[in-house]
Design a protein around this ligand. Sequence first.
Ligand code: GMT
Length: 375
Amino acid sequence: MKVGITCYPTYGGSGIVATELGLELATRGHEVHFITYANPIRLDPGLPRIHYHEVEVSNYPLFQYPPYCLALASRMAEVAESYSLDLLHVHYAIPHSISAMLAQQMLAVRRRLPFITTLHGTDITLVGTDRSYFPITKFSIEKSDGITSISDYLRQRTVEVFGVTNEIRVINNFVNCELYKPDPDHANAARYAPAGEKLLIHLSNFRPVKRVLDCVHILARVRRHTPAHLLMVGDGPERSPAEYLARELGVERHVSFLGKQDHVERLIPVAHVLLMPSEMEAFGLAALEAMACGVPPVGTAVGGVPELITSGVDGYVEPVADLEAQSARVVELLTDDALHTRMAAAARRSALGRFATERIIPQYEQYYQDVCAAR
Ligand code: GMT
């Protein structure tokens, strides 16, 4: 098939899922056209069957806010026509679904161009429920030819919040288990923890919803029991407060802020435990990537996380902001080697058995066929 994919090309879970999906589809013989304002971070546009079309937004002085949504719609229509796309698949409802709907209408007299919207989380839980975005988000969901959600929690939430009656198909996030794989010897750990401390890792966009400061508090608590070092991967508004807190708590030498990293698959296996203390996660892609690497996650019992982590089996979930409980789980994992080995193996098994690329991509392919066949 010929598929146009639009996403935020930045360091966010939705952009990563969209990019990995496009790459996997191309590997399976489909022609994939990324239509975005910048090259998605994990995309190598030189790969076979992968095309990249930049959306340029002219910044005429009259425009206080450049009309990205319109520029995107024009580019989608142009690419769909020039390359005979079968469908558009947009990730994150706002504003991508509305642009896709406009592109569809622009071509309607000549051809049918169905579009699928994949809901990722904050497009529903935060942005979509903002009063100013609520009606347009609901409208764009209702107008989509197909809707997928990355967890059952998010599907239910979308129905509750927007009262939509369209079918929403749950297609979970996925991980490439050949790329994300364990390093049982934690061979590169000494680079970050020369004194042999065990490593904790956190990956996110450092937005408030991620409760990044909790990671620093957890490290400080864990260190009262056992030596540990924390790797903080990513960047965003909570980075400076986290750096400040590390100094306040006197643990600054035991936290490395590594900033945005392109190859997290090389970093995650170095660690012993992943911290994901989020206030909300519709899924929790970072936890899945860690599980594939045999790194047990300690996360929070929110949103779609319990659909991913079976607490006590392949990781732990504890209440949001319960630093005592989360720290205690980390200490257990760092001090009981048998428990860690068992849980690391179970985490890898869950990733392989439930969320591996080979299991999830065919579900998207089937859905594309269903949507294209429907009238
Ligand atoms: O977590 C973020 O702030 C980024 C956001 C996004 O849309 O890029 O992530 C959401 O989508 C990810 C990929 O599907 C999910 O794994 C995250 O759980 C979800 N984030 C939230 O629900 C807060």
